[in-house]
Design a protein around this ligand. Structure first.
Ligand code: APR
Ligand code: PHB
Length: 390
């Protein structure tokens, strides 16, 4: 087989890239390790920056998002019994975020690929990238017991944190920056009315809590928990009791509880691999970086990578210019580091660090206290939350 771009990984990054390239007349083939049903069973975050929404629209996959997504013009940060509302719209000159689940978005991208007869292999194995430093790379993989080879011009590594693409960048070229937090989040999806119209991030002496939602009847809640915890250790009763205790009384009084539909534990980690390009390989999304979820930036960073990468590839095929490709890593990393800083800041401000001394606890309390009184600090949070321009 032959194509222009082989895309490894069929999560949001890979699907969005193949769709944008296709619409611009650039051929690609997507290789995904899992089945489509498996990819669509993963529950992830659901806060989209305007830049992400615009990109999804330009990929002609935005109709359902625009119909079912909910515009949020602010969110709340709670501590002790105080609540500070971050007025995103007022503080950023009219910017907002859209609440729409990543799972739904991935489904929309699949349907958009189907409509264009996009070429994709599911349940592939043993993917190997070859001859990256020459001008004719090729990718081999196993599918239905048969080995295949695709010759191509470029390879996009969109295969997430556990993928193989990043390992194709030689260790002596690659620098990995990592911070593993000493706690996880236990997340519960439930058919219950959200506790508020807007998302609430809460810091309490018992640990962090987050009340989010997917629709008017579907809630998504999270609690900070020890990194060693498993979902089985969190019965529904235990989860709701603990959540109640971590929210201000005025919020917990509104909490509707019910059976969980899904429960999962996510470790908190910050990770960035540099550079995001090696020879003819370009990394994008979780393959190159992970942010802790406190700033809701994971999917949005995947989208900004794909914005830079799709434009660079399209520019190359239209005009022969390499400029976008040569500057891709630098541009993407600048935005990644900024979001990583913001996500780290939100994480530090809102969590209890296991073994953290009381100086740190008081320091973090004081940050929230300052936030409640300072429009400047609220503006800093708002402009980062809605997303820095591309
Ligand atoms: N070969 C082919 N596919 C692979 C391989 C492999 N060796 N390894 C992993 N994959 C697939 C995974 O099965 C997954 O479907 O690559 C895909 C990567 O998708 P994501 O992990 O969703 O990463 P990405 O598309 O970059 O999306 C980033 O998703 O993980 C969240 O928080 C993250 O919201 C962010 C977004
Ligand atoms: C979610 O709705 O899943 C969600 C919202 C905000 C976050 C993280 C996750 O910061």
């Amino acid at each position: 087989m032959k194509t222009q771009v082989v895309i490894i990984g069929g999560g949001p990054s890979g699907l969005l890239l193949s769709q944008l390239l296709h619409l611009a007349g650039v051929d690609s083939i997507v290789l995904e390790r899992k089945s489509r049903a498996y990819v669509l069973s993963r529950i992830r975050a659901g806060v989209l920056e305007q830049g992400t929404c615009d990109l999804v629209r330009s990929a002609k996959a935005g109709a359902r998002m625009d119909r079912d997504g909910k515009v949020h013009s602010g969110f709340a940060m709670a501590y002790n019994d105080q609540i500070v509302r971050i007025d995103l719209e007022g503080l950023t000159g009219g910017k907002t975020v859209l609440i729409y689940g990543q799972t739904e978005l991935t489904q929309d991208l699949y349907e958009a690929r189907d409509k264009l007869n996009g070429m994709m292999f599911h349940e592939v194995d043993d993917v190997e990238i070859n001859r990256l430093t020459g001008d004719s790379p090729f990718v081999t993989f196993l599918h239905n017991g048969e080995m295949h080879r695709i010759d191509c011009d470029y390879v996009a590594g969109c295969d997430g944190f556990h993928g193989i693409s990043r390992q194709a960048v030689p260790a002596n070229v690659r620098t990995e920056y990592e911070k593993v937090y000493p706690f996880s989040w236990i997340g519960v999806l439930s058919k219950t009315r959200p506790v508020d119209e807007e998302i609430i991030y809460s810091r309490s002496s018992r640990g962090f809590a987050l009340c989010s939602m997917r629709s008017e009847t579907l809630s998504r809640h999270y609690l900070q928990c020890p990194a060693t915890d498993t979902p089985e250790e969190w019965s529904d009763d235990r989860f709701w009791n603990e959540l109640t205790r971590r929210l201000p009384r005025s919020v917990s009084e509104q909490l509707e509880t019910g059976p969980s539909l899904q429960k999962s534990v996510t470790p908190l980690r910050a990770f960035i691999s540099e550079p995001m390009q090696y020879g003819r390989l370009f990394l994008a999304g979780d393959a190159a970086h992970i942010v802790p979820p406190t700033g809701a930036k994971g999917l949005n960073l995947a989208a900004s990578d794909i914005y830079y990468l799709s434009n660079a590839l399209i520019e190359f095929y239209k005009s022969g210019s390499n400029t976008g490709l040569e500057t891709y890593s630098q541009k993407a990393l600048a935005r990644v580091w900024n979001a990583s800083r913001f996500s780290g800041f939100m994480t530090r401000m809102l969590h209890n660090f296991v073994g953290g001394d009381s100086f740190d606890v008081r320091w973090e309390d004081s940050l929230l206290e300052y936030l409640s009184r300072s429009k400047a600090q609220q503006t800093v949070i708002a402009e980062n939350y809605v997303g820095m321009p591309y």
